[in-house]
Design a protein around this ligand. Sequence first.
Ligand SMILES: Nc1ncnc2c1ncn2[C@@H]1O[C@H](COP(=O)(O)OP(=O)(O)OP(=O)(O)O)[C@@H](O)[C@H]1O
Length: 610
Amino acid sequence: MKVDVWVGSWENARNYAEQAIKQGVKVIISRGGTAALLRHSLDTAIIKVRFTSAAYLEAFERLRSVEGKIAFFVLDTMPGFISHFCKLLNIDACYYSYTGDQDVEEAVKKAKADGCHFGVGGVLAKNYARIYDFSYYTLENTEDEIELALDSAQQTLSSIIQEEKHHRELQLKLEQYEAVLNYTHDGILAINKEGNIVVVNKQAEEILPLKNKPYEGKYIEEVFPASKLSSVLRTGEKEMDELMKAGNVIINTNRIPIMIDGKIEGVVATFKDVDSIRNSEQKIRSNLHKRGMVARYRFSDIVGESKAMKRAVYMAKSFAKYDANILIQGEIGTGKEMFAHAIHHESQRRNHPFLAVNCSNISADRLTRQLLGREKEGKLFGSPESQEGVFELAHGGTLFLDKIDEAPLEAQSVILRILEDNEVCRINGRHAISVDVRIIVSAGNSLQKKMNEGEFLEELYYKISVLSLEIPPLRNREADYLLLSEDLFHRYFGSEYYMYESKIRKIEEYMRNYIWKGNIRELQNFVQRVSVLLKNAMPVDEIMLTMPENSTMNDTSIDVKMNKWSRAHVVDALTASKLNISKAARMLGCSRGTLYKKMNELNIKISNIE
Ligand SMILES: Nc1ncnc2c1ncn2[C@@H]1O[C@H](COP(=O)(O)OP(=O)(O)OP(=O)(O)O)[C@@H](O)[C@H]1O
C-alpha cells in the first residue's frame, strides 16, 4: 500500500483531499473533526483514526500538576473511560461534546463560563481555546491507533480495488453484449418469465412488424403477437430454424428458453430475414467467383446419353451426397475434372470454395509450397511474402488434386499427412491450422500399377479412394461422340451452323472411324481446327487430307466397326436418339434398313428399351 502524508490544518483539509483524489488516492485517513468534515463533503472512503484510552494516558500524567477545573472536549460521544479515570485520579473535570466546527466554539465558551481554565481535546477545540485564553493539551494519537487506521484503510482499499475490477468486468460484458446485440445481422428479442420484453435490438425493430414503441417492459403479445414466445415460455421447448411470415417477409427464427436451476426465467429469440440470408450467400459466392475459387461445371453441362456415361453421372451424383474423398479415374481428356466440379456443385459444400491443383510436371518443393503455403521468413527485405496454401484456401469446401498419380513421392507424403491430421502447418510456420476439406482426386488408369511398383503411396491410395468413379473413354460411348461433336460444332459456328451443316455431316463420317485417344479434349481440338478451315472455305476433301493419320485407325477400324454392332452400342444409339430410328441409324453410320436388320439379328425390340 502506497501511503502519502499531507500535513495541513482543518481549513485546508478539503482542498488537500480533493487534490489527492485527483492524483488517484482512493482512501483518506484523518482524525477527529477533519475526518468528519471530509466524510461530510467528499464521496471517498475516509478512515478515522480513533482515540483510545492510551492516547489519554499522557494527558492524565500532565493533568496531575494542573489546578482547578479541567474541560474535556470530545467529538460526538464522550467515551466512558474519561470520567472513570478522572474519578480515579480525583480530577475536577467537566465534559463537552460537539458535532463539528459549527458547535465547537459554543462548547469552549460554555467551559469558560463553567470556570474551566484548562482544556484537553483535539485540534478543532484547541483553535477556540486559544481565542478564549485557555491552557490546552492537544491529544496525540499513539502508534497503535495509527496502525489500526492503516489496517482498516488497507482492507477498505482492497475491497475498493476488488469492486472496481468487478465493475470493469461487468462494464466490459455489458459493452460486449451491446456490441453483439447491435452489430449482429440477426434481430434479437428477449422476454422475462412474465412475458415482458427486456431486450430488443435495432435489427429486430427493422425486421419485425413491432407495435407500441417503446417496447421494453411491455407484454410480448402487445408488441409482437405472432412471435410465439409465450408458448416457449409455457413449454420450455426450444424451437430452432422455424420459418414464419411477418408482414410480407419470410423470417427464419430460433426461440430458446432461458433456464436457471431448472426453471424457465425467460426466452430469447433470434430472427433472420430469409432474403438477407440469400443475399449474403450470393455475396459469398460472388466473392469466391472473383478469386476463381468456384466450380465452373454442373452435371447439366456434362454431355452424354450413353449408358456408360449415364451410369457414371448417376454414381457421381450419389457420391456427391456423402462427404468422403473420391478418386476419379479415366483416360486423359475424358472429363474427370468436369466431374469433380459437378460433384462439388451438387454437394453440401457448394457455397464454399472449390480449388483445383495440377500435381503433374511440378517439382516436389513447388507442389508442397502450393499445398501448405508459407510464412514470410523473418522480416528480411526481399524475402517472399506469406502465402496461404490450397488446403487453407479450400477450408469448408473441396480440393481437386488433378493427376495425383503423377505427384512426386515427397508431395504424396505431405498430402497423406494432411489427410491424416486434418491440419496444415505452413512452411516456416509455427502453428498448425486445422482444415476441413473434401478431397477429390483424378488419376490415370495406371494408378494401381504405380502403387504396386512403389511409385505411389499405398496409405494415400486408401485415403483417397474411399469412393471411386471410373469415367469411360469416348470410344466406349459411341452414342455420345456425335452428341458431343454436334454440341461443339454448334458452339464454334453459332448461328452460321446451318450454312455448313452438309459439310459437317461429311466430316462426321470421317470422324466416325477415328480413334479418339485424347478423348473429348482431342475431339474439341479436332472440331475447332475443322471449323476454322471450313470458315476459310477449304473444301471438305482437302480438309480430310490435312487430317493427321490415325495410326491405329486402320487396325482398329474393324474392331470399331464390329463393336458398332454390339448389342450395347445399338441400344445406346437407340436410347440416345430417344428411339428415333433415323437418328440412331445416322449415329451408327448406316441406313435405316441396315439398322432394322441388325436389331432383328441382335433381338432388340423397341418395346424392351426403356
Ligand atoms: N461429357 C462432357 N461433356 C461436355 N464437355 C466435356 C465432357 N467431358 C469433357 N468435356 C470437356 O473436355 C475437356 C477435357 O475435360 P477435363 O479436363 O474434365 O478432362 P480430364 O479427364 O480431367 O483431362 P486430363 O486427364 O487431361 O486432366 C474440357 O474442356 C471439358 O469441358
